[in-house]
Design a protein around this ligand. Structure first.
Ligand code: ZN
Length: 437
């Protein structure tokens, strides 16, 4: 089974010059086509193809995160080999370092990092607003136990302060003060040059009061309009660059009326002919109700535009997201967990430093087709992590990213085959079975 490169290296086979002979006034460079639906009237899941100036993304798809224009410890060539169709970088981090002007001069984030496939950048909203707060996308705790607007209050020392015009924040790198507005986020993301960029939004938590969520949702709607206007202006001003698709971000926390309103409002926004090309499903998501909340939004969104579920990457959450109509996903979890020696197997996540692996001369997972499993044993990874050798992180990250990319690829195949629910039951039954660990 020793397959070094199980996938054609499509993403690195075309030169940048060939791909960049396009200009951004040609909006047909960005397209989305729905292929098959999941075949259950209660569910919005589907397969499709997103076309960008740098190639296609067959959906549903997991988009690995390269926060600072690198998937930590792994070369972009390896990411292409393991089947990653696109990468997502972070506008906030690249704005602070090296600065969007440098990335622009380099030819955009893809060229800068030697990745010629499609790229995404997030708007910076989540990072800026979560500075010093540490909240997560999915909060498993009981949402009724604690609720206040303390997270955005301005009477304490914290790193970010939001007002109706934007967010003022302190750099986590050197303490310098910065300000993001919808216009600044658009300018930064145009300079970064990703194929898919996101509108600047206020990311609330499940702990904010209902009243605050209402106020924040309206602020995010007004910011979305400003993003469309500035995006239109920049698209005309930078007409020699490849077309960048702008996706609106939906908030509304755990409230059905707010989530549906956000989807209807942003789905219908039109600023002088500029509309959103797709949508990000964002903000606070209660894990237990993830599918329901995603379903509210996808019920209301235009069917012919793609939807990205921001910051979701656990296997059970991916199934729920896919069946409820999310097309793409991103999350740092597979690589972050890999660097802490937690690796995926079909029988659940295991810690490769566990003593039981020190004489296990089999791959981490017999059924995995990744480069790591084709060439290295669990015992070797156990040794690398115990001796704190860097290549342990590289090999574990390749495996974990491949595991999640392949899992979502398989969901696509099973939707097309009409067997999604059966696959879901089989996979989750084994992955989360306590007896299989
Ligand atoms: Zn593997």
């Amino acid at each position: 089974m020793a397959v070094l490169s199980p996938f054609p290296r499509k993403a690195t086979s075309l030169s940048f010059d060939d791909k960049l002979k396009v200009d951004n006034t040609d909006m047909s460079q960005f397209k989305f086509k729905v292929e098959n639906e999941i075949g259950d009237s209660n569910l919005n899941g589907r397969t499709g193809v997103i076309t960008t100036p740098h190639g296609e993304i067959k959906t549903p798809a997991f988009i690995p995160v390269g926060t600072k224009a690198t998937v930590k410890s792994v070369l972009p060539e390896s990411m292409a080999d393991l089947g990653a169709q696109a990468l997502l970088a972070n506008a906030y981090h690249l704005y602070l370092q090296p600065g969007p002007e440098i990335v622009d001069e380099a030819g955009g984030v893809g060229k800068f990092m030697n990745w010629s496939g499609p790229t995404f950048t997030d708007s910076g909203g989540f990072q800026v607003l979560s500075l010093g707060v540490g909240f997560k996308k999915v909060i498993a705790m009981d949402e009724d136990t604690f609720r206040s607007d303390e997270v955005i209050a301005d009477h304490k020392e914290r790193l970010a302060h939001v007002d109706n015009d934007g967010v003022t924040f302190k750099s986590h790198l050197d303490g310098s003060m910065h300000r993001f507005t919808p216009e600044v986020s658009m300018q930064v993301q145009h300079q970064l040059g990703a194929d898919i960029i996101f509108a600047f939004d206020e990311c609330t938590t499940l702990h904010n009061t209902r009243k605050y969520q209402e106020k924040s949702l309206e602020r995010t709607r007004l910011w979305a309009k400003r993003c469309l206007v500035e995006h239109g202006r920049l698209t005309r001003e930078r007409a020699s660059k490849p077309y960048q698709a702008l996706w609106g971000v939906l908030q509304g926390a755990q409230y059905e009326d707010l989530r549906r309103k956000a989807a209807k409002d942003l789905g219908a926004l039109d600023e002088d002919g500029i509309t959103f090309d797709g949508f990000g499903l964002g903000g606070a998501l209660d894990k237990a109700n993830l599918g329901t909340i995603v379903g509210w939004m996808t019920d209301e969104l235009p069917r012919d535009k793609p939807r990205h579920l921001l910051g979701i990457g656990e296997p059970d959450d991916l199934f729920v997201g896919v069946e409820n109509g999310a097309d793409t996903f991103d999350c740092v979890a597979p690589s972050r967990q890999a660097r802490t020696s937690a690796v995926f197997t079909n029988d659940g996540r295991v810690n490769i430093t566990n003593a039981k692996f020190n004489r296990d001369f089999n791959p981490i997972d017999e059924s995995c087709d990744c480069y790591t499993c084709a060439n290295y044993t669990a015992a070797y990874l156990n040794h690398l992590f115990r001796s704190k050798e860097m290549v342990g992180s590289t090999l574990a990250t390749i495996h974990n990213e491949r595991f999640i990319v392949r899992l979502v690829e398989r969901m696509r195949t099973e939707i097309n085959n009409g067997d999604f629910q059966e696959f879901k039951k089989d996979f989750l039954g084994r992955f989360y079975s306590p007896s299989s660990k």
